[in-house]
Each structure stands twice: as structure tokens, then as C-alpha cells.
Design a protein. Structure first.
Length: 116
């Protein structure tokens, strides 16, 4: 399962770079928790949660970003912004990836997935 998650994060990084994002950090950790990717798009800091599944039989990957996960991301982001003393606006995105066994991959980028 960890391998699938790592593959998903690598795909998400490639995807974001192709979209013109500057990657600031991967697997950023602080006392509040961890965020998969921190990136910058123009003048916005983007905190990204990556969810990867081998299928969407039960639910789309992004549907597993529940209220507790959103709160944890907000807490980590808040500490990050304070530590780095940035005044740039921030947003939260979710990248939902399905890696099928036949090698096909589906990437869905949800911008502004939830409010700060």
C-alpha cells in the first residue's frame, strides 16, 4: 500500500510540474502532522493531499479526505505559514489518482478542494 502511495505522490509531482507549479516540499512534516506536497502556483501557496487507489470500486480516492484530514491539513498549513512568515494566499487541493493493474492511470486535480 505504501508503494502505491509513493507512486501516486510521484505522479502528482510530475503532474503539478507540467502544470507550471514550483514544488516547495514533499512529505512536509511539523508537530501538527504531514502534508503530501507543498507547491507554489504564481503567488499562491498550495497544500496538496494526494490520494491513490488501485481502483474506484468503493469510492473515488478524493472521497477519503474527510473532515478530520481537512482539519489536520489546515493545522499543518497554519504552522508552515507562520514558520515561513509568508503573506501569500494559500489554498488546499486534492489530487485523486487511480492506478489500474493494466498500467493505465487516471489523475483528477481538485483545486480549492475545501476552504481555509
Amino acid at each position: 500500500m505504501k508503494l502505491l502511495g509513493n507512486e501516486g505522490e510521484s505522479l502528482a509531482l510530475q503532474f503539478l510540474r507540467r502544470q507550471g507549479y514550483d514544488i516547495i516540499a514533499r512529505n512536509y512534516k511539523n508537530p501538527a502532522g504531514e502534508i503530501d506536497i507543498i507547491a507554489r502556483e504564481d503567488e499562491t501557496i498550495v497544500f496538496v493531499e494526494v490520494k491513490t487507489r488501485s481502483n474506484d470500486t468503493f469510492a473515488a480516492p478524493y472521497e477519503s479526505v474527510n473532515a478530520a484530514k481537512k482539519q489536520k491539513m489546515k493545522d499543518v498549513a497554519s504552522l508552515y505559514l507562520k514558520k515561513h512568515k509568508t503573506e501569500l494566499p494559500a489554498r488546499f487541493d486534492v489530487i485523486s489518482i487511480i492506478c489500474l493493474q493494466d498500467g493505465r492511470k487516471s489523475i483528477q486535480h481538485i483545486r480549492d478542494a475545501f476552504e481555509v
